[in-house]
Ligand binder design. Structure first.
Ligand code: SAH
Length: 409
């Protein structure tokens, strides 16, 4: 069934969300968001969550999208084709296209990856991660929330997965006028820990209770890159979560890994992950629970310990435009502290997943930290989110994860 009621009476005569004069350019350039400030009129017969047509101020066709008056982004755009019929087959095709595109990532040795990356997969607001036989769905927009049962049905059929779990417990949902929603959407409930493989390494993931959807698959390629610097080295893995960077490092011949995280359950699962890969957590690692800033400051005051490789993968410090300045100070502080704890010639692998801070600005932060730490810092590599987290060129906001591998002298 078509949700848009056919297209025969489109083209300005039918009711449409109408933009203010001069506000159509980003829409014509296929940016998927229409902010409230760009909109002149929303016909009252449209309900939030509906698929609605959007026209420019003179009524000329622009796009289809789903409406949510309660959001700052009042329309999220789905199609620029006036003849598109947004029905069951439309959704299924979009999902199938995203799933097909993952064949380069998925393989015998990797069964944890992002299956659907929202706006950048032309499905605004929908995130789906695959964890072996299970899928975890996040609905970040009302238009998706309304359709999640239908989308789940297609996902089950297209992937043959055993079950689909929802983890729509992101703060971002508040901005859509939605509460938190978690639970089983379809199929079998996953066990409390699901075992997945990433580049042949094994990890346990708590799908129901872990952070985000359970695992940070966006760092897959970067874990492998950073591990290449770890042979014979002592590693400090700050903001370790369940220790994935450390597992890679030991697999590439690191002598010892110290994991720091504020979450005790994450650190405990990290020790399980070491055992699962044949390492001895007591002999080859240490887990420190606490505030990373405080632990590193205490070490600086005490004059050590020092490490050969330090990995910094903090949570998103910049969550809104207003918090960017504070976030920049946080990134600078933690990097400054880490530089002081590296042995001469050591390697710093430093990341930021704040979309509001771009790669150029992040590099400036590292520059500032290097000056204050009185260290010479060379950039060896620029890193990004993995290929299963694509960035549609029409949606540069989709680029959020960046990292630098630096040599610190
Ligand atoms: N590197 C991880 C992902 C890190 S996510 C991986 O590869 O899987 C960020 C982590 O930082 C989370 O596990 C969170 O618990 C932790 N965290 C947040 N604030 C912290 C703080 N002030 N001190 C220590 N850990 C913190």
């Amino acid at each position: 069934m078509s949700e848009t009621g056919g297209n025969e009476d489109q083209g300005g005569r039918a009711p449409a969300v109408t933009l203010k004069p001069g506000r159509e350019k980003p829409v014509r350039q296929r940016h998927p968001w229409v902010y409230s400030g760009a909109i002149r009129r929303i016909p009252k017969e449209f309900a939030d969550g509906d698929i609605v047509p959007v026209t420019d101020a003179r009524g000329a066709w622009l796009a289809w999208g789903y409406l949510n008056r309660r959001s700052q982004i009042q329309v999220r755009l789905l199609s620029w084709d006036p003849d598109e019929v947004i029905n069951d087959a439309f959704w299924r095709n979009r999902l199938a296209q995203a799933i097909r595109a993952r064949c380069d990532v998925a393989g015998r040795d990797t069964d944890v990856y992002r299956l659907v990356h929202a706006e950048s997969d032309y499905l605004p607001g929908l995130t789906v991660d695959r964890y072996a036989d299970y899928l975890v769905l996040q609905a970040g927009a009302l238009g998706i929330d309304r359709r999640k049962a239908m989308l789940t049905g297609h996902l089950q059929e297209l992937t043959g997965c055993a079950g689909v779990l929802e983890r729509s417990d992101m703060v971002q949902r508040k901005q859509e006028g939605l509460g938190e929603a978690s639970g089983l959407l379809a199929g079998d409930a996953p066990p409390s820990q699901v075992e997945v493989q990433e580049n042949g390494l094994r990890f346990l993931v708590d799908l129901a209770g872990g952070q985000k959807t359970g695992f940070y698959a966006d760092q897959r390629a970067n874990r492998a890159r950073v591990a290449a610097y770890c042979h014979g080295k002592e590693i400090l893995n700050v903001f370790s979560y369940t220790g994935a960077f450390g597992v890679y490092a030991l697999a590439r011949g690191a002598t010892h890994v110290t994991n720091i995280d504020a979450s005790i359950p994450a650190l405990e699962l990290g020790e399980e992950n070491l055992r699962l890969n044949g390492f001895d957590p007591d002999a080859q690692s240490e887990s420190l629970a606490g505030d990373a800033f405080q632990i590193l400051r205490d070490w600086r005051a005490a004059g050590g310990p020092h490490f050969d490789v330090i990995i910094l993968d903090p949570p998103k410090f910049a969550t809104s435009k207003r918090s960017v300045d504070r976030a920049l100070r946080g990134y600078k502080d933690i990097n400054l502290l880490a530089m002081g704890l590296l042995r001469p010639g050591g390697v710093l692998a430093t990341f930021s997943c704040s979309g509001l801070i771009d790669a150029a600005l992040f590099q400036k932060v590292i520059f500032g930290a290097a000056i204050d730490a009185r260290r010479s810092v060379q950039i060896l590599e620029w890193l990004h989110q993995g290929a299963d987290h694509p960035v549609a060129v029409t949606f540069p906001e989709g680029q959020y994860l960046k990292g630098l591998v630096c040599r610190v002298v």
